[in-house]
Design a protein around this ligand. Sequence first.
Ligand SMILES: [Zn+2]
Length: 229
Amino acid sequence: MTKAIISLSGGLDSAVLLAHCLKEKREVECIGFSYGSKHNPYENKAAQAVADYYQVPFRLIDLSKVMEGFKSNLLRGEGEIPEGHYEADNMSLTVVPGRNIIFISILSGLAWSVGASEVWIGVHSGDHLIYSDCRPQFVAHMGQAIYLGTDNIVSLVTPFLNVNKSRILAEGLDMKVPFQLTRTCYSDQKTACGKCGACQERREAFQLNNAIDPISYEYTGPLFKKESK
Ligand SMILES: [Zn+2]
């Protein structure tokens, strides 16, 4: 059986990614990262819960010291988490410089070490505008780099690269993914804020699918438009 390492953040996309990977009959090991983000404690707990639900191993890798000094409002000690549409200009404040370069490098080294031939990550089309290390050109080059760098052993697998969150959610609803266990919000609080870009994109996806999001939100008012809050 093909063995795969999955980046499991505890969010909606990676939960569907895990279900998708298991459907494809892979032997799975899930990896989460703690890198000093404000929402890390909540998302890591969610990732563990999702992995437990699917009865697959989950390992948390602590990069908080390694990524100390990185500049992003997503990180503890830095600026506020911006509120608004997920494609608004201010969402660039949530970019963590080089995050996927670092994560994919570690995941590929780990895959090579444990006899896995695939690294799966849940990047999707909604990430492309803001996050440069989620774009197709980056994924193509990074995939080639890790394949060559692991002596043609480890491939990068990104089934949602050109799929939006609404379609990922539709697939997850079909597979009965336990969305009540997932965590998407960027804020440093237990209850999802409902206003950050991540919450807005998730709430929009549920609306587009005419589905009820099983998690609670602090703000449940109208979604923000792209131009302004
Ligand atoms: Zn939020």
